[in-house]
Design a protein around this ligand. Sequence first.
Ligand code: ADP
Ligand code: MG
Ligand code: MG
Length: 496
Amino acid sequence: LFHNPTNLRKQAPLRCGRSPEMESKKPIFDVETFDDDFVQKLVYDALVWSSLHGLVVGDKTYQKSGNVPGVGLMHAPISLLPTAFPEIYWKQACDVTPIFNELIDRVSLDGKFLQDSLSRTKKADVFTSRLLDIHSKMLERNKKEDIRLGLHRLDYMLDEETNSLLQIEMNTISSSFPGLSRLVSQLHQSLLRSYGDQIGIDSERVPRNTSTIQFADAIAKAWLEYNNPRAVVMVTVQPEERNMYDQHLLSRNTHNIVAIRKTLAEVETEGSVQEDGTLIVGGQAVAVVYFRSGYTPNDHPSESEWNARLLIEESSAVKCPSIAYHLTGSKKIQQELAKPGVLERFLDNKEDIAKLRKCFAGLWSLDDPEIVKQAIEKPGLFVMKPQREGGGNNIYGDDVRENLLRLQKEGEDGNAAYILMQRIFPKVSNMFLVREGVYHKNQVISELGVYGAYLRNKDNVIVNEQSGYLMRTKIESSDEGGVAAGFAVLDSIYLN
Ligand code: ADP
Ligand code: MG
Ligand code: MG
């Protein structure tokens, strides 16, 4: 097993930088001026590039594409060109990332805050309840996680009316596309190098995106901290995964540390914890568990998967995320953190607190009768969210009203399964979206995700950095945003 820790530790950070030649303001292109021949040419080049560089996903029409790598490949759904994004908001999103990372870490350490905040949700939501059970067990045993690894993606939309960058959510488990997002930025840079003069824009304005390398490095550094040269990284996966290349891109960049892929069911059958806490799976010691499953009830079809989650939590392996980090990323905790005075409980620096608060949209619990009344009157101004991840779970429009009225009839207990959030309305623009080899010109809106990596060992913060980005663009009329769920495409940004 070859490894060079010094190289890892020396790596220079590269992030929100912008080269001096980018200082002058240029207008972004207008897709109305593009003729079909030209767009076809761009699409052709984009698809060749994607195939050559692994910007691919499994093709769902090909049965084995979710299990067998290298068969049934399809280019990832993409935006043909990057989406304009004002540099000031980009910088703002980069700037707050390490603060959010730190916040997540601090909140995760406050077991009482997590349990208390989620105590009513526990009664209304079985999935959250199971996570909380594992969390309580760990609290009872006074189990400490000395080495803590967070690979987060903090998502934002730019609200057009108020002109502000507002946070959609914080993902602490299975943040997707740290592998493919880097490729999308590179694809756009490459297209703009070839066609930028014709379009009138400059490839240098697509910020450099090192998401894959930074996340992979953070995993490798966590492995180093664990300090068992024979141990492996274990990626927990779903039994079928068409987004597997995104995951492989990470695990193939961890400096030759061996990575194994296991479903939670396999972890249960093949796994055990030794007396000293070492997690053994399939005969191999595991240093780091990187979850790319386990974030939805669908990943827990039986008790086996819950047993696996408990086993992992009981072990000394570095968990990305730990059960406490996982809970910290829940929608309910996001809403609790937005209440007056709560951030102050976790952070000391007043400027930092103000920066985070500036990104908070309106967030409410359903116990607030005034807000529920408003949401019933004007459901279009709200989004109702259950404690779920992975897209496709939120409630919009008239369904908000119906669900609120239903909950009122059923009595108060069901309330705690949801939160209400101010609906954010980003600017609508025109863009070419490419899926399955075909492009369509659509009216679209976008959501910026900024990756954040955090690693500490006891008091020593080893990594706390903004780690690349992902823009996701979707048809304006679609409420939800998941790429894997089929709503959105992968995109990058063009600073203006
Ligand atoms: P998940 O954890 O399932 O991704 P999100 O909170 O990110 O849940 O919601 C899914 C999608 O719904 C987002 O990607 C976004 O497109 C849309 N969405 C969520 N919250 C809002 C909001 N407050 N305003 C407008 N759209 C939203
Ligand atoms: Mg999420
Ligand atoms: Mg989301």
